[in-house]
Structure formats: C-alpha cells, structure tokens
Design a protein around this ligand. Structure first.
Ligand code: SF4
Ligand code: SF4
Length: 309
C-alpha cells in the first residue's frame, strides 16, 4: 500500500531545482534542506498489512504519476491495450509550455477519489502496482549538483504521513531491504532509461518540442500498441538498421518495443546517434536534399532576358 501522496510523487526521483515559483521545487528544496537523508544501509521501522488501523486509507485522493513502465505493467496485468488503459485509467493533463508528457492514474469519481484498483483486501494490482505505491514510505531524490543532474548522488528519505500508522509497526528494514522487498529495481532501471529522454540537455538549454513532437513522444512511451502499429505499418524499419531478432521481439514484447521507443525518441527528438540510418535511406535523403537545392538554385537564377538589378 502507500501513503497520501502530496509529497511522495512530487519528490519522485527528480533533480532538485531552485525555481521559486514552482511548488514542487519548494517542496524539493525543503526535502534537501530538512529531511534526514538515508543511504542504502540506513534503518527504519515500518509495517503495512491488513491489521493496521489505517489499512486502505491511503489509496484515495492521491495523485499518482505514472511512468511508461508503470503503464506497460498495468495494461499487461489487466489484459487490455495501452489505448484502453489510457482511456479508462489515465488522465493526461495538458499544460502550457509542457516539456514532456504527464500521465496520472485516474481516481474514481466517487467523491472520495478512490483508486480504481483498490479492493477490500487491499491493492487489486499489487504485483504490478506503480512505482510510487512500491516506494512508500520512502521517497528518492538526486541533488542537482553535478553537470549531468539526476545521475548525481541519490538519497532516500522517509515520508511520514499522519494518516499512516505503519511507522508504529516494529518491523525493521534497511533502505536496501525495502527496495528489494518491494521489487523496485526494474522500475528504477526503466526510470533511468526514461530520464535519458525526459531530463535531456535539449530541455535544460531551453528547448521546447512542437505539439506534434510532444504527441509523438507521448505515443511512443505511453501508447505502446499504437506505437507498434507505427513501427510495423510505416517505412520506419526500412530506414534504420535494426537487428532482425530484435524486430521479431518487438512484434509481441512490450519491453523490447519500449526500449526501441526510447532510442528512437533520442534520435528523432534530439539528434543523438542512438539509431543508425540505412545507407540507402541516407542516399535517398541526400538525393532529395540535392534535388531541393537544385530547385532553389534554379528559382534564384534569372532566366535569359530577365532584367537584373
Ligand atoms: S495502485 Fe494499489 S497501492 Fe496504488 S493507490 Fe491504487 S490500490 Fe493503492
Ligand atoms: S500503513 Fe501506511 S501505507 Fe499501509 S495502509 Fe496504512 S496508511 Fe497506507
């Protein structure tokens, strides 16, 4: 289970920033300044089970930000397509000047904003619950004190929510033991791969994606079944050198497809050399560019008899 999230997801492994107008930045600054930092071997006591008086109290009225891997796991768990998942269970708020896609778990419209996956017995998707639900009561952050930001020193901290009585339970953990017990590792690995796209120098330098590119970004990461159609029903794979076995895997394996999506986005959005165009595709592009240049030169050259200034 998880705690009330006002701090949890906002502090989610995000480089700490110093923008004074940004509420989450203020929270992050508070965490950096006031919250005791924990390392992997530091201990804490916590327990969450059906016997705690607050059982199920923390899965309502929360904002849970979903990563592409969260969506991949949940849609697989539910046996539905990514499009169906997004339609039924996600909110995609659109904000002015947004840089990267934002996807939130849609809470039920029951007045209490209860998580759609909550059952009397607890979380109904427990084995595939999203990253923030796994992490609680821990939060994780990285101080933006190195040139490459989020790769800087990471630390963990405890999110003590009044509603949560789990802190009164006697079970002792180290941070490392908790992360292992909660199966956080694959989520962190996929989170790191996603950050290669979301926390890119392009954005740090003030870059802004066009609405079309932002839409492409969203589809490639979050709407994997639609992205699969794009990959296999267009000339994309004819234009790049991609291992044949990997192509076969992508036809049915969402994780392979998501890996490809990240590589393709880094190539197409930021010009990183993460994909290798096929020589014939390069020749075709060069040929078309030369054709365009010739057409422009021709248009700029005065024809015989035409007056020149
Ligand atoms: S996914 Fe599970 S743990 Fe997370 S809020 Fe919903 S019911 Fe609670
Ligand atoms: S102990 Fe904390 S995390 Fe567990 S159900 Fe209670 S409030 Fe939620």
């Amino acid at each position: 289970m998880k705690g009330k999230e006002t701090t949890m997801s906002e502090a989610k492994d995000t480089p700490l920033t110093t923008d004074p107008d940004d509420g989450s930045a203020r929270l992050q600054e508070k965490i950096l300044a006031e919250y005791p930092r924990l390392g992997l071997d530091d201990p804490f006591t916590f327990g969450c089970h059906p016997g705690v008086p607050c059982f199920n109290h923390c899965c309502s009225d929360v904002n849970i930000f979903l990563s592409p891997y969260d969506v991949l796991r949940l849609k697989k768990r539910l046996g539905i397509t990514s499009g169906e998942f997004l339609d039924r269970y996600a909110l995609m708020p659109v904000q002015k000047d947004m840089k990267t896609p934002v996807v939130l778990l849609r809470m039920s419209a029951d007045g209490k904003r209860t998580c759609p996956f909550l059952t009397e017995a607890g979380c109904g998707v427990y084995e595939d619950r999203p990253w923030p639900c796994r992490m609680y009561p821990l939060g994780m952050a990285a101080a933006k004190d190195t040139p490459d930001g989020w790769r800087g020193e990471r630390f963990w901290f405890l999110l003590r929510e009044d509603v949560c009585k789990g802190f009164g339970e006697p079970t002792s953990w180290t941070v490392k033991e908790w992360l292992e017990d909660q199966g956080v590792e694959p989520y962190d690995d996929w989170g790191d791969a996603y950050k290669e796209v979301t926390i890119h120098k392009f954005f740090e330098d003030g870059g802004q994606l066009s609405p079309e590119k932002l839409n492409m970004f969203f589809t490639a990461c979050y709407d994997l079944d639609k992205f699969r159609s794009f990959v296999f029903e267009t000339t994309l794979l004819q234009r790049f050198e991609v291992d044949e076995d990997f192509i076969e895997e992508m036809k049915y394996d969402d994780e392979s497809l998501l890996r490809f999506a990240f590589l393709w986005l880094r190539f197409s959005l930021f010009g990183e050399p993460t994909m290798r165009p096929r020589p014939e595709a390069v020749e075709e592009i060069m040929g078309k560019a030369a054709e365009r240049r010739r057409a422009l030169d021709k248009a700029a050259t005065p024809s015989a008899g035409e007056a020149t200034p």
